[in-house]
Design a protein around this ligand. Structure first.
Ligand code: NDP
Length: 553
């Protein structure tokens, strides 16, 4: 527990390490700097790719109480680039495994929460440094497991380190969240009042497959630095990435039992974790349906418990008649099709002033035609495959539905066949797809398809654009292109947690901790506070006021 002395010593060291660290030698990795990366990045990625490929196909254990755990039932982790590539065999954990992980996390809580916060910060910074040391290996694993291109894989890995550093910096800047309050006047007594934020206990982290490192390591880092112990379950599509996180934490010297990694289906292992009364808080990132189910399950417990649920998006961009159409087209295409449209922040709805619609579409079509789809570990390919067979099937179903409802301006097909010695039919490759003319009341204006499909609609007034943009259950990452005055109007009127204006690097994507803390309003998020930002870490602690009265001498 932090002391009063610690409060005095704490100084605002820096706003965030992300502002001033060149963590990868010659340059600082962020989604924005990777827009045009230096040669060194490619060389190091290719070295790591060769090493990781030589290491594929192993039987990989869970990590519970610092021990490897192998069980009889396994599942295969195959690459969406080529499903013949067996990345590894992972453990299909049971209810018992999940319960064992919870028991060990509960047993470790008194020791971990009883440590000085400065010691936890030191260990977590070491874990973040371990991630940076392995950043190329981790990026490559995400390319193979999710289908991320080089920049996306590396960005996810480096972002995780920065999220953990940010949590450490936040703890430090706030003096471990030990604050002296006012002294109430009591004649004849000395009274001191302190506000202290303390950890809750066992924290469960459940992550999605699309940002399998950052959305596991970010919440885990915050939960741990705050003093909670963690049970972490990765998505079934990305167990290898999850395992690498567990190794980086273990190798930093985090004591056994403080961070536990369990694998297995959401419907069994995940469900056991959310149903267990020993759980004191959860961070879930994933779909709206599962997130709301978890939120409601926690509310049905014996007493309220925090549930940080980060859920879907259906992000609009608004392009006005005053926009720089070149920047708009660049940013929109990057956000619509980056990571094959499988980002919660993907730009899936485009609203453009009718007077500039044709011009914008021409530019977007030119840029979309230039996108290279293929093995994402290769430098020339910007789009890889979609993540799994379900996503691949959904692409076929949605494009069929949209071709009947409107006009497919580009794409609309799965990619099969052999080209340049690469067999597209072995993976899940889809064309970037741009659709126009779908009636405003069509269900797919509301539904998060989570695929490389984006829909365009013209508007006649800004008010109409505002209504259309806000008319969804989500509120995550809208974008706008227009004059400075229109940008101010947009920020004021849009209902969402992360908003961008006139950004060519991405209309709706590319947030970075310390720069664009990430979180959503409405059906996109449960807390209204953004990860990698000023108000995030306190979500992992509850407040205790300590009033001590002593007789005056
Ligand atoms: P899912 O909701 O399908 O799964 C997310 C996680 O929940 C997985 O680990 C899954 O395990 C687990 N899970 C599934 N069912 C249960 C259950 N009953 N109890 C406990 N855990 C369960 O989402 P996806 O992985 O498909 O991710 C895509 C979604 O994530 C999109 O909607 C996207 O918008 C959203 N997302 C939101 C972000 C944000 O910050 N707001 C960021 C990134 C993604 P398993 O894989 O084993 O089924």
């Amino acid at each position: 527990m932090a002391t009063r002395k610690a409060t005095k010593k704490a100084t605002p060291r820096k706003a965030t390490r992300a502002n001033n660290t060149k963590s990868n030698g010659k340059f600082k990795l962020t989604y924005a700097t990777m827009f045009n990366p230096p040669e060194l990045m490619h060389t190091r990625y290719e070295q790591a790719l060769a090493q990781v490929k030589a290491n594929m196909g192993k039987d990989v254990g869970m990590l519970i109480n610092g021990q490897e755990r192998f069980v009889a039932e396994k599942f295969d982790d195959r690459s969406p680039i080529n499903t013949d590539w067996l990345l590894g065999t992972f453990q299909k954990g049971s209810k018992q495994d999940a319960e064992d992980a919870l028991a060990t996390a509960q047993a470790a809580f008194p020791i971990w929460s009883g440590m000085k916060w400065q010691d936890r910060v030191r260990l977590l910074r070491k874990a973040a440094a371990n991630i940076e040391k392995r950043v190329y290996e981790i990026g490559v694993v995400m390319s193979l497991e999710v289908g991320k291109n080089r920049m996306e894989g590396l960005g996810d890995a480096q972002e995780t380190a920065d999220l953990i550093y940010y949590a450490c910096d936040s703890m430090e800047m706030n003096g471990g969240f030990v604050k002296e309050m006012g002294r109430d006047p009591l004649a004849g007594f000395n009274a001191t009042n302190f506000s202290i934020l303390r950890p809750y206990g066992v924290w469960v982290v459940i992550s999605p497959w699309n940002f399998p490192f950052a959305l596991a390591g970010g919440p885990s880092g915050a939960a741990l630095v705050a003093g909670n112990t963690v049970v972490f379950k990765p998505a079934t599509d990305t167990p290898w990435t999850g395992r690498l996180l567990a190794e980086c934490l273990r190798d930093a010297g985090i004591p056994d039992g403080v961070f536990n990694y369990v694998t297995g289906p959401g419907s069994t292992v995940g469900q056991t974790l959310i149903d267990d009364p020993r759980v004191c808080g959860i961070t879930f990132t994933g779909s709206y349906d599962v997130g709301m189910k978890i939120y409601r399950t926690l509310a049905n417990g014996k007493h309220p418990r925090p549930c940080i649920a980060e859920m879907g998006g259906k992000n609009p961009s608004i392009v006005t008649k005053n926009a720089d159409l070149e920047d708009a087209a660049t940013g929109i295409v990057r956000s619509a099709f980056g990571l094959q449209g499988q980002k919660c922040s993907a730009n899936s709805r485009i609203f453009v002033d009718n007077t500039v619609k044709d011009k914008l579409l021409d530019k977007m079509l030119e840029k979309t035609r230039a996108i290279k789809v293929g093995d994402p570990t290769l430098r020339q390919n910007w789009m890889g495959p979609v993540v799994n067979a379900t996503q691949y099937k959904d692409f076929g179903d949605f494009t069929e539905e949209l071709s009947q409802a409107g006009t497919i301006l580009h794409g609309g097909h799965k990619i099969v066949g052999v080209k340049d010695d690469f067999d597209y039919g072995k993976g899940y490759f889809c064309e970037p797809t741009l659709v126009d003319g779908v009636p405003s009341d069509h269900r797919l204006w509301q539904y998060e398809m989570f695929l490389p499909i984006t829909m365009v609609e013209g508007f006649d007034s800004l008010d109409q654009a505002r209504r259309r943009a806000n008319d969804v259950a989500y509120g995550l990452t809208p974008g706008c292109y227009g004059s400075k005055k229109e940008a101010a109007w947009f920020f004021d009127k849009i209902e969402a947690g992360v908003t961008y204006a006139n950004r060519p690097q991405g209309a709706t994507t590319g947030a970075w901790p310390g720069f664009q803390p990430f979180g959503g309003w409405k059906g996109s998020g449960s807390t209204g506070k953004n990860a990698g930002g000023l108000y995030y870490l306190p979500l992992y602690m509850h407040e205790q006021i300590r009033t001590l009265v002593e007789k005056a001498k």
